[in-house]
Design a protein around this ligand. Sequence first.
Ligand code: PMP
Length: 425
Amino acid sequence: MYIKKITQILRKLEIITYASVRRTSDWWQNVSLGPPDPILGLTEAYNLNKHPKKMNIGVGGYKDDEGKPYVLPCVREAEAIIAGKKMDKDYAPIQGIAEFNEQSAKLAFGGESYVIRNSLNVTVQAVSGTGALRLGGAFLKNFFPGSKIIYLPSLTWLNHVPVFKHSGLDIKTYKYYDPETRTLDFCGLMEDIGNMPENSVILFHPIAHNPTGVDPTREQWVEISHAVKRKRLLVFFDMAYQGFVTGDLDADAASVRLFIDECHHILLAQTYSKVMGLYGERIGAFTVITGSEEEAGRVLSQLKILIRAMYANPPLHGARIATEILKSEKLTKQWTDELKGMAQRIISIRQKLKQGLEREGSTRNWDHVISQRGMFCFTGLNPEQVKKLTEDFHIYLNTNGRISIAAVGSNNVDYLAHAIHQVTK
Ligand code: PMP
């Protein structure tokens, strides 16, 4: 009592600090300072920069032509409908809102798909794409009877590695992108699949590969499907950009549907971050394709146990928005029109960037700026050139040279072309 009183007086006089009193509990002394996130850390640096021409083209978020965040009008309409319904705030079921899960499966596989007609899909709501991948990782770690190795394309979305490591899986890579030709290394990919041990897991980006924007052709997907089948590999599709490439939801899901038609029992992660612009709502879905309705029931029961332990129940709002859009023919039509608008703006910025580089007098081949698909352009800039872009031109992007075309506007595309030419000439 007496000591406590003295301590209080000393602290008031600032003679001893709180930390020195608690020295006995210095548990975190050995925690080292972690590096900033390779993608989101860029935004922190960008925010500190006061240059009027600064650009943040590292993070994959769609902006309008003036560089402002874009909320899709169909999302605003869905929100107005939801607000009018005065819905409750009760917990969602562990596996999420049933109607949302049904609509998400239909979106991916098509309403008439045999997996849906025969209840072979287990589709649960997930905390966006990242959460879907993490849940999938946990499911594989706990229940996949094959190897605990997941093969990722070389290159891939930077977060794939920590997400699957955190799930307890081992990571290996397969050849995917050829930096020389800036195209798919199809021979390397097929060779690597041929060398994988049977019953391994392989991850594919079904459309708009991140970061390279390079996708297999339909014919190549067919060959990949056959090779995968020969090796009895489990395919995990990470579909983050359905509709973002062509504005056509069915066309952009073609690779996933091909694998379903060829009777692969795939895993699928979906996200509405990019395609509905619902980034901060954290809304996505995770699907396991099973062999029978009875097997589906068992898989669902285990997914619910995993979800319960990870975050208990998913959030409501994003799922309600996506459901309103997907279940209404009118809103779905509006959504796809808006998707097409976004896809077209990205294509036009690609063209303007290439033209700008040519106008600047660049003699390099920039065809890949146009041929790559989706939100990103994998420029081929090396880390040194990226550093110069940031230091000399206040343009922030990841050291791997990936730029988010969706964050460039008509008012700064020429500045970007000028800067890229300056660091590459
Ligand atoms: N997979 C890929 C390939 C992505 O590009 C992204 C978003 N950058 C995601 C998954 C997950 O994003 P989110 O968690 O925001 O839905």
